[in-house]
Design a protein around this ligand. Structure first.
Ligand code: ADP
Ligand code: MG
Length: 402
């Protein structure tokens, strides 16, 4: 197996997800799913593998929605993706044709062609098409829709959220009226967080409350070690037949089991044709964290706060994380409130509590007896980043010797 950070990997190269995939297929027998996880944890690799290897009785379609700007574009993409599977069933094709006749400009002569401007018909199109696709069919039809929140964020930029909520509501009603239709939404910015923002902008509702919510964790340590080992062997950095060693263990641990960083580090060693020693791995991780070019794209964690939390809550999210980055231990609520008061405007408990809940739900933090960063590697990057600024750390944080 070769290092390929951020690239498409073959289903057979997806390491350590078999159990989770089996669990997801089980859930999908009954319900649709929201899969949340930070960017680059490995959601896309996993759902592409699921699309390529569905169990019997499931028709699966994958689509990345990040670039979709309008609900019309989305509806068209659903039709285009689904048509391949509809073609085989004449009866449902006929139904679609009938629908197409109703909507001026749509043609179904061999190749299906939609009118130039779908306008408000996108809802009717989705409804008619989903029933044409699913009715009278024994299989379950499953749409893997990747990066749903980013698409909805695109809609929100244009109209403040009305269309986003309309689409979510419509998809919910389709799930309820079409028993063999399933949807999987993935999101690198939590979908719950996005729905909070829709509420703030005056769009109430809970349009995913019928879906199971599952977090995609990083790889378990044993699987992260296995990935590191397979990549070292594949890149010829370890002699063939050699067992996993301390370098594999260290790489798995220091990257928090995130496969993207494991691929990156092996890639760097392969470019430099270096033997993977623990000292070299430590040094290269430190270099990646300090590199202003940000080869591991860690700045994303900080930069996405303003767009995903919005102008009202984004600055507080950033203040909280900037403070917690310098905490070595769990930080209790009172301590955090004090740190905030010591470094700027005090934050009322009624604002701080929901913010901590949101950041925890959104994979930044873990809550135990207090709060801490979920990923030590991200915390290390955050500190390095702030240490590089003019006022390295907020005045009221304690010295931690880092
Ligand atoms: N299970 C896995 N096994 C091996 N490599 C993986 C795995 N999951 C992810 N990767 C690596 O991490 C990169 C990012 O994964 P990706 O699925 O795109 O993350 P996400 O969709 O969560 O942002 C991939 O290009 C691949 O190099
Ligand atoms: Mg992805």
């Amino acid at each position: 197996m070769r290092a390929n950070p951020g690239g498409m990997i073959a289903p057979a190269e997806v390491v350590g997800r078999d159990r989770l995939i089996a669990e997801l297929w089980r859930v999908l027998e009954q319900r649709s799913l929201v899969l949340d996880a930070e960017r680059r944890i490995g959601k896309t690799c996993m759902i592409r593998k699921m699309t390529a290897e569905p169990p019997p009785g499931v028709v699966a379609v994958y689509r990345d929605l990040e670039g979709m700007r309008t609900p019309q574009e989305f509806a068209e993409s659903v039709v285009r993706d689904g048509l391949n599977h509809l073609g085989r069933i004449g009866r449902t094709a006929w139904k679609l044709k009938r629908w197409a006749g109703k909507l001026g400009g749509a043609e179904l002569k061999g190749k299906f062609k939609l009118p130039e401007d779908l306008g408000p018909h996108w809802k009717a199109l989705l409804e008619e098409f989903c029933s044409a696709l699913c009715e009278g069919r024994e299989e379950r039809v499953l749409f893997f829709w990747d990066e749903v929140p980013l698409m909805l964020q695109n809609f929100m930029r244009r109209d403040g959220g009305a269309e986003a909520m309309e689409l979510l509501d419509l998809l919910r009603s389709l799930r309820q009226t079409t028993p063999n239709l399933r949807m999987v939404f993935t999101g690198s910015i939590g979908i719950a967080n996005l729905i909070d923002r829709l509420h703030e902008t005056g769009h109430p509702g809970d349009p995913t409350n019928d879906m199971a919510q599952v977090d995609v964790p990083p790889l378990a340590h044993v699987h992260a070690v296995r990935l590191a080992h397979a990549l070292f062997l594949g890149e010829g950095l370890l002699p063939e037949g050699s067992p996993p060693d301390a370098a594999c263990e260290l790489l798995a641990a220091e990257t928090d089991g995130v496969p993207y960083y494991i691929h990156h580090l092996v890639d760097r060693l392969a470019i430099e044709k270096e033997r993977p020693t623990t000292a070299r791995i430590r040094a290269l991780i430190e270099r990646a964290l300090r590199d202003p070019a940000d080869p591991w794209h860690l700045a994303h964690f900080r930069e996405r706060l303003l767009p995903s939390y919005g102008p009202a809550r984004g600055p507080l999210a950033r203040r909280v994380l900037d403070l917690l980055a310098f905490e070595d231990d769990l930080c209790g609520f009172a301590r955090l409130a004090n740190l905030l008061a010591g470094t700027g405007a005090p934050v009322p408990a009624d604002d701080l509590r929901p913010m901590l809940r949101a950041l925890t739900r959104d994979h930044y933090l873990i809550r135990e007896e207090g709060w801490r960063f979920r990923f030590p590697l991200v915390q290390r990057w955050w500190r390095r980043r702030l240490e590089g600024l003019e006022s390295p750390r907020p005045a009221a944080t304690r010295e931690d010797g880092a």
